[in-house]
Design a binder for this molecule. Sequence first.
Ligand SMILES: [Zn+2]
Length: 159
Amino acid sequence: MQLELRSAHVHGAGNERRPLAALCEDEPHVHGELTWTIGERRVPCMGLWGPDDVCLGEWWDELTGAVAALSDRQPYTLDSCEQGDPAFLFERTDASIHLSIVAGMGGGDPHPEWQNAEFAWDDLGAALRRFKHDLRQLLALKGPPTLPEEWEKRFSERV
Ligand SMILES: [Zn+2]
């Protein structure tokens, strides 16, 4: 299993893509290409306006929540609730995680080819740590000197 941050931009009004330096309190959404592959297959349905428009703050928060829940062996549902989006169901059995793309609150359909896709539990934490590291580095390099509060909060979390 691999999670790779390939690009990031600021999601502006409408569907405008702005450079990371434009990140501010009024436009705090960092979107980008976050490629998640399980067994050579790329996980679909993650982006809003295409696969390179994943809401990175949302995935940061949701994957953090997923790892916490799965640590306690609770299942976790990642649902953006956006119209037409399905949801991602994580279930753990000891050393394995099973991912299923299921019906979302926003009306998205389950994905028949993505039911119980299996990967190692250890890989999830490692992939999340790497994603967070890469995004921090990218924002340090190309972001504004002062980050919006929600990002300061994310970056100050205990690792
Ligand atoms: Zn967003």
